[in-house]
Design a protein around this ligand. Structure first.
Ligand code: HSE
Length: 384
């Protein structure tokens, strides 16, 4: 248990960083020593600097909180902080997913804590619950709705019957989408979150590039109508499983039945679940983004360190090969014409689309990636 207040340097005074600053200012067990930002920060009462070296050289700073986002210079600042033996708390999913092994090893080698609960699940205590489950459980899968922007858009399209462009404009107006929403729409954002979740849950290192991903950027109102006719709801679902030695991991729009919890998730909320050998499925629901929910988890990570946590969620780093060939599903496919693969796998013709027979996730994702070169507007969704 830390006796003196934790001395924090906050890197990035943006939406999340500003929330962290407010929370820390209201506490007596931590104090803000520095805020680093290139912009003026007139409200900040502690030292404001643009010079990271000043922070790194200050031995009184025990914890660096990184809320800048992006890969650079966040990577350089975080690695330098860990090498200097400072604890790091970050909300940066891009950084953690891209440099997972290196950062976990670096933290361990330098006796520093590395925590990133806000990076997957925003304000939901997700990684910390995986960590807790691992003390007793063998986790078999992690899955769910992990992107609020796309969930908001899907929910809006379902309830209003409106267009994709209108739903995106509304998500942007409400501030849910990233500045560049392409990573929300193409699944890049949710892919980073499932990679971090799978790595922690299975004690492995999955590479982002190995995870099959199909986003919602080509979704149309007619796809939502077709989904409704099947008495289902379209959700962007990330799934990673490790039932034995193989890891499967993929992201795809999924037509889920009304009876599934995921079908009922409204607005920009997230619903993430873990499945354990003994406990079955446990689900965690809430705000996966936003200033205060995300800042809440950042400060909770700091508190865990104050209370003696000196490690990452797991220290297992087994290399993992992703293999989605064993997962079979039926798919809704909309494309401008039939090709040989579709003809072989068609089960049912709809007005503007087809339903396939059961095919493997890896096979249809490979087909869809190739098909997109011929028909850039094609869309697939699995049917469960
Ligand atoms: N754009 C992300 C989302 C923010 O909508 O979930 C949180 O990672």
């Amino acid at each position: 248990m830390q006796k003196n207040p934790m001395r924090i340097a906050l890197l990035g005074y943006g939406t999340v960083g500003g929330g962290v600053y407010e929370f820390v200012q209201a506490r007596s067990d931590m104090e803000m020593a520095y805020v680093l930002d290139l912009r003026p920060c007139p409200d900040v009462t502690c030292k404001v600097t643009k010079n990271f070296e000043e922070i790194c050289a200050d031995a009184s700073v025990d914890t660096v909180v990184e809320t800048m986002g992006g890969l650079h210079p966040a990577y350089e600042y975080v690695t330098a902080s860990l090498k200097a033996g400072k604890n790091v708390v970050t909300a940066n999913k891009l950084l953690i997913a891209a440099h997972y092994r290196e950062l976990v090893e670096l933290a361990k080698a330098n006796g520093a804590a590395l925590r990133c609960t806000a990076a997957a699940g925003g304000g939901i205590p997700w990684l910390t619950n995986i960590e807790r489950a691992l003390k007793q459980e063998q986790l078999i899968s992690v899955s769910g709705i992990m992107n609020g922007t796309t969930n908001f858009m899907l929910d809006t399209m379902h309830t209003s019957g409106g267009s994709f462009d209108d739903a995106l404009a509304e998500a942007q107006r409400l501030g849910y989408a990233e500045a560049d929403p392409s990573a929300d729409l193409n699944g890049g954002d949710i892919r980073r979150k499932i990679v971090i979740s799978a790595n922690v849950a299975f004690g492995c290192v999955v590479e982002e590039k190995d995870v099959d991903v199909w986003g919602i950027e080509n979704l149309r109102a007619e796809d939502i109508s077709a989904c409704k006719k099947m008495n289902r709801v379209c959700k962007l679902i990330a799934t990673a499983s490790k039932p034995g030695s193989t890891v499967s991991a993929y992201i795809e729009p999924t037509f889920v039945p009304m009876s599934m919890l995921e079908a009922a998730v409204p607005d920009n909320n997230n619903l993430i679940s873990l499945t354990g050998k003994y406990i079955g499925k446990q689900s965690f629901y809430g705000q996966g983004a936003g200033r205060y929910p995300t800042a809440y988890n950042v400060v909770q990570d700091c508190l865990d360190i104050v209370n003696g946590k000196k490690s990452f969620y797991t220290d297992k780093l087994e290399p993992a090969t992703v293999d989605n060939s064993g997962i079979l599903r039926r798919y809704y496919v909309r494309t401008d014409s039939m090709d040989k693969w579709l003809q072989t796998n068609v089960d049912k013709l709809l007005d503007h689309a087809i339903i396939t027979k059961e095919v493997s996730v890896s096979e249809i994702h490979a087909w869809a990636r190739a098909r997109k070169q011929i028909d850039p507007t094609c869309f697939i969704a699995s049917i469960v």
